[in-house]
Design a protein around this ligand. Structure first.
Ligand SMILES: [Zn+2]
Length: 257
């Protein structure tokens, strides 16, 4: 077993919802009409002009290699209204607001659970195909608070169990797991050995959760996305590339709550 490579303390890598492509892509922030807007900036040789696109992964900007940030920002400002409107459409499509009422479904480990909400002493139970929530107050915020608290507890237990399965194949160091509530990433890894994981991963099928866990674990060995890093991931999950594509395609479905 090779000795784990220790990256400098303070280094941190994140697994964004839209993973990096083979070409250099950087996340950049602009302020449009007073709102911070993050975008993926993709520079390439062949490109002659600056292009903007918005899809379920957010705003992407394509630019020639030599375009300055100033030129790029000026194009963004010229199209600020369009960008903001498209992003708002996208957010609505991505996350239909949950009403936290009986009959609604939520996904748990990739399988549907139908919500059953009624007045009663506070409790949350999962039965096959159902999530029963009992609360003295059955308003949406009260039910949401109880159900999300339960989901977070399940997520933490589940992540601990799965990480124990993989950990020794990547590192012998102990690992601390923290749950995150980020809207823009599934996981991140800190050089101190701490991993932050989005609790909403619990909505995903097992094979996609495992991909995120192993990806973040692998960063404890390689704080980068080099071929060495992917070799560590592939040593645990040989079909990681297919899972990565699936997460990129499907992740917006799991961002409800
Ligand atoms: Zn990563």
């Amino acid at each position: 077993m090779p000795i784990p490579h220790n990256p400098p303390i303070g280094a941190q890598l994140e697994l964004p919802f839209a993973p990096l492509t083979a070409n250099p892509v950087v996340t950049t922030r602009a302020v449009l009409d007073g709102q911070p807007v993050d975008y993926l900036l993709h520079r390439s040789h062949g490109r002659r002009r600056i292009s903007l696109s918005v899809d379920e992964r957010g705003l992407r900007v394509g630019a020639p290699l030599r375009a300055s940030l100033r030129e790029i920002e000026s194009v963004l400002h010229d199209h600020a209204r369009w960008v903001i409107r498209k992003l708002a459409d996208w957010r609505e499509r991505r996350a239909p607001a949950r009403r936290w009422e009986s009959g609604e479904t939520l996904t748990y480990l990739g399988l549907p659970l139908t919500l059953d909400v009624a007045r009663g002493p506070r409790s949350v139970d999962r039965t096959p195909g159902q999530l029963r929530v009992r609360a003295p107050d059955t308003s949406a915020p009260a039910v949401a608070a109880l159900a999300v608290h339960w989901l977070r507890g399940q997520a933490l237990d589940h992540f601990h169990q799965r990480i124990e399965q993989f950990r020794t194949r990547v590192t012998l160091d102990p690992i601390a797991i923290r749950l995150s509530n980020a809207r823009s990433r599934w996981g991140s890894c800190h050089a101190s050995g701490r991993i932050s994981l989005n609790w909403r991963l619990i909505h995903m099928p097992q094979h996609l959760i495992d991909y995120v866990l192993v990806h973040e674990l692998a960063h404890l060995r390689e704080m980068n996305h080099s071929p060495r890093f992917w070799a560590v991931v592939g040593g645990v999950i040989p079909d990681y590339a297919a899972r990565r594509r699936e997460i990129r395609r499907e992740s917006h479905r799991y961002l409800v709550d």
